[in-house]
Design a protein around this ligand. Sequence first.
Ligand code: VTB
Ligand code: MG
Ligand code: MG
Length: 328
Amino acid sequence: MKLTKVEVAKTPAHLHRTLTLELVRVTERAALAAAEWRGKGDEKAADDAAVLAMKTELDGVAISGRIVIGEGEQHETDNLYIGQSVGNGQGPEVDIAVDPLEGVTLCAKNQPDSLVVLAMAERGGLLNVARNVYMHKIAIGADYAPGTVHIDWTATENVRALAKAKGVPLSEVTAIVLDRPRHASLIEELRTTGVAVKLISDGDIAGVMHAVNTEDTGIDIYLGSGGAPEGVLAAAALRCIGGHMQGKLILDTPAKRERAREMGITDPNRVYDVTELAAGDVLVAATGVTDGSLLDGIRLRRNSVETSTIVMRSWSQTVRWIRAQHAR
Ligand code: VTB
Ligand code: MG
Ligand code: MG
């Protein structure tokens, strides 16, 4: 299903708009905590700091929240596990997906693009996926007709179709791909077609967002596999900023298939589009930890700390950039 702008605006808003600012506080606080671990080489400490700060701040928000995409299963972690209740219990029933520190390695190495991401939806709005599951993903901008590319086609077929739809030679198409050994043949295939490949070491939520924002980024298409949680979070963002995406879960072990079945996934080979990954009214917030292509990182000043956040709402399709100064 492809929603046009008008159709999106016609669906009723169920999440109160003041929640957007509440989410900004949550991602800001997690980013501030993670930033203390920038460049310290300790991924776990950075992640733990972001998780704890996010949970603490989230519990002050007037929602009856439920984590549907979190840091792991209940027996694996104390905070932000799948199924955990969050919020002060005095507000609407909502589902929440989090990546408290997207790009932990980037943060530990103080490299660009680590960020804190959170999405909120109405109950049942987000595809429930476990932390250890991967997803094949493809994404292009909103200007293309639905069906221009397809996750089941080869990379060659997809970039050819895209170039044709865009009216440019293949040499003027740029694909963004996670730099992983598992993508070696994909990258080789893309290079053979003549398209340019932008490789990222981590952080494919931002990668997908860049692929739909070609005018600013020069990136035309996202291809490859990454975390399934990151796939749902990226889809939630696309509900707000527009763009086409398809995702297909990689349920490659009996345990993953069993867990997915428990979480409501009956067809392991299903292709999901944006509105099937993130449905209904959706809010998304992300705050930069290290400076990046999407957001500036936490900036320490003599008497204050500065945060940069993007906060979006699917119903109105508003996208706000909030630069905040916090006393220190
Ligand atoms: C993916 C990607 C994320 O980590 O999960 C990746 O979606 C991990 O991939 O954005 P590998 O397990 O192959 O290393 C990120 O890049 C950062 O969390
Ligand atoms: Mg994480
Ligand atoms: Mg991540």
